[in-house]
Structures are given as structure tokens and as C-alpha cells.
Design a protein around this ligand. Structure first.
Ligand SMILES: *[C@@H]1O[C@H](CO)[C@@H](O)[C@H](O)[C@H]1NC(C)=O
Length: 249
């Protein structure tokens, strides 16, 4: 997926027109985060990107991406490229989609699809594929789906995972397949979350996690995409996301 070779091979079929019609939204050279057109244009989502972001995905015959409204996300293996802040001593690359900040006590259900290419490796540093991000208090992630050290794992910053035994799967059980992510969440100090990741083709549950208690304060959003510390030795990151829906409960 997503590389020039695959694209060229794919262009023998009628789908070539579709593949080449995709639109580049950011080219990764700004050295800062570019923001998308906002919640009015993008429905319930906004995007932020310091990497290479496309509206439209290039499929591959070996591992087709089953996402209809699809965005392709690419981050460079070069830790000096696609950075959200060129001058930071904690260099980070970020392409994320996010929901509008929600108030405490509100409940939502979300669904989205996610595809991570097996060309994407992990390091021992953070690489968030999903986060519940709060802006109140000291701010930061509450729950994350993190890819590190060859695993994809839930982390619960508030309740102390992984010490408490958060679920994880091997990276290669997550890559090269479309996954369906479902979440029901109530934000705020008396909150709750139920999050499930399934293989879209087989409906097999890959990961599931539930928790009650603090789920952010004041303004909290769901974010998903690729957000990582940029370090020497990392791989390229290739992902696709889309088919997002949200419902206020
Ligand atoms: C693609 O996704 C749809 C649901 O979104 C599912 O019904 C279908 O089985 C999937 N197709 C494949 C080939 O995985």
C-alpha cells in the first residue's frame, strides 16, 4: 500500500483513476502542525498533520484496505523530518484526526477503521495510534492505544496500566489488516470507557478494554492516527484511517 511501486502496479486496472485522484493535504515539509478545515467541513472530525497526509488511499492487492472514506498517513523514517516542531528537544511526528472537545458528563459512541502497514515498526518509545486526550487539569492522554516494543497495547495513564495488566497483542496481529474500532465513552471525573478493536474481515476481537472513573476534565477528545517520538532507527510509518462515525448518547 501507499508506495510508488504498488501504485504503478495497480494502475493497470481501472482503479488507477481512483488511486491517482487522491489529494495530498500536507506534504510534511512545514516543520509544524498543519490543521485541517475544521469540524464543519470534515463532519465530526478535524485533522492535524506534520507528516504526509492524503485524502484517499492506495490499495494493495496483497492486503487490501477496506475503508471507504479513507485517508492515508505517512511519516518519514528520518527523525529530522515531518516534525511538529523543528526546534524541540523532544522531536515528534504527528498525523491525527480528532473530535471536538467534549464536556464532562457527556456520553458518545464512536466507530472508525484503522489500517497499519507491516512496513511500520516500533521502537521502545511512544507511538500513539489512538488517545483519549484531555485539556483540563494537567492535560494529556487518559487512555491510549500504543505501539511499542513489537506490541500494540492499551495504556491507561489514570489507572496505572500496564502495571494493572492492560491488554496487548503482537504487532503482527494488528498490521496488514483493516481493524474496526468501537468506543463508548462518558467524559469527566465520573466517566467510563469501553473500547474494542476487531479484525474487520473476520470480526475477531483483537483487543478490548473497559474502565470507570476519571475520563478527562473540561474538554476531552478522541484522537486517532499516528503520533510518535521521532528517534534514530525507526521505520517509515504507513497507515490508513477513515469511515468514522460518532453519536451523542
Ligand atoms: C469490509 O468491511 C465491511 C464492513 O464495513 C464488511 O462487511 C466486509 O466483510 C469487509 N470486507 C472484507 C473483504 O473484509
Amino acid at each position: 500500500m501507499l508506495n510508488t511501486l504498488t501504485l504503478t502496479a495497480f494502475c493497470v486496472s481501472a482503479l488507477c483513476a481512483l488511486a491517482s485522484a487522491r489529494t495530498q493535504l500536507t506534504d510534511g515539509t512545514a516543520g509544524k502542525i498543519i490543521e485541517g478545515p475544521g469540524f464543519t467541513t470534515m463532519g465530526a472530525l478535524q485533522w492535524q498533520s506534520s507528516g504526509v497526509l492524503w485524502d484517499g488511499c492506495t490499495d494493495s492487492a496483497a492486503h487490501p484496505i477496506n475503508i471507504s472514506t479513507c485517508f492515508a498517513l505517512q511519516l518519514s523514517a528520518d527523525p529530522t523530518k515531518n516534525l511538529q516542531d523543528d526546534s524541540s528537544d523532544s522531536p515528534r511526528q504527528r498525523i491525527e484526526f480528532l473530535t471536538a472537545g467534549a464536556a464532562d458528563g457527556t456520553s458518545w459512541s464512536y466507530q472508525w477503521k484503522y489500517y497499519l502497514s507491516s512496513q511500520t515498526g516500533t521502537t521502545n518509545h511512544f507511538f500513539h495510534l489512538m488517545q483519549i486526550l484531555t485539556r483540563g487539569g494537567s492535560g494529556g492522554p487518559v487512555i491510549t492505544l500504543n505501539a511499542a516494543a513489537g506490541k500494540v497495547a492499551i495504556q491507561d495513564t489514570v489507572r496505572g496500566c500496564p502495571a494493572a495488566g492492560c491488554p496487548s497483542i503482537a504487532l503482527n496481529e494488528f498490521t496488514d489488516r483493516t481493524t474496526t474500532h468501537s468506543m463508548t465513552v462518558t467524559y469527566g471525573p465520573s466517566g467510563s470507557v469501553k473500547y474494542t478493536v476487531k479484525d474487520s474481515a473476520t470480526s475477531k476481537t483483537l483487543l478490548t478494554y473497559s474502565a470507570t472513573g476519571s475520563m478527562g476534565t473540561e474538554s476531552t477528545s478522541l484522537k486517532f492516527g499516528t503520533y510518535r517520538l521521532a528517534v534514530a532507527g525507526m521505520t517509515v510509518s504507513l497507515a490508513a484511517v477513515g469511515d468514522f462515525s460518532e453519536k451523542k448518547l
